[in-house]
Ligand binder design. Structure first.
Ligand code: HEM
Length: 159
């Protein structure tokens, strides 16, 4: 295994950037398709949304697993981990609705298009705020478990 990956407590941080990138991309393509009336862009948005939904399912699964093992105090769990989890579950619910809707009315629903776009933007909003809570868990509270204290020196194994 790669050295950096060996230092992880769990694989959640390895997978989370895929849904973040893909779902922002899907919302972007659908938004552009709607704003500029270019149906071709919606086809790209459709496939990026499908990939985003798949990677989101993996991120939710690994997140629920990470939640069991992470060693942070109860108040940190309450103030940061809980809102992170809730916002990501909200993201997953909106993603499930929009993905199913896009599959049934492939690639871009004709009825209720504005609502579809608003849902995608709400999904990206919830995910962005939720990811910020996740980042704070890692960078403010060392939830990943292996950050070294400053000043930072090269580890003996690399000298
Ligand atoms: C819904 C269930 C989820 C739970 C219970 C959860 C839990 C956690 C935990 C415990 C951490 C701290 C780091 C670790 O131990 O891995 C974390 C970090 C993080 N999570 Fe989640 N997570 C969930 C879903 C998601 C999803 C769906 C995303 C992305 C769309 C996400 C994005 C992040 C990010 C960006 C970090 C910071 C990682 C880093 O900066 O390296 N999480 N999460």
């Amino acid at each position: 295994m790669l050295t950096g990956a060996q230092h992880l407590q769990n694989i959640h941080p390895l997978v989370v950037h895929f849904p973040i990138g893909l779902l922002v991309g899907a919302a972007f393509f659908y938004f552009m398709a709607w704003a500029f009336k270019k149906e071709d862009l919606a086809k790209t948005g459709f496939w990026v949304l499908l990939l985003g939904a798949l990677s989101l399912a993996v991120a939710v699964g690994t997140g629920l697993y990470a939640e069991q093992g992470v060693m942070v105090a109860l108040d940190v769990r309450q103030k940061l981990l809980l809102p992170h989890k809730q916002l990501m579950i909200a993201t997953a619910v909106i993603c499930f609705i929009t993905t199913l809707w896009a599959i049934l009315a492939r690639p871009f629903p004709k009825k209720g298009r504005v609502i579809f776009i608003i849902l995608l933007l709400a999904m990206v909003g919830a995910m962005t705020i939720g990811a910020d809570f996740g980042g704070r868990l890692v960078y403010d509270y060392n939830a990943g478990g292996n950050a070294c204290p400053q000043p930072i020196h090269l580890k003996e194994e690399l000298k």
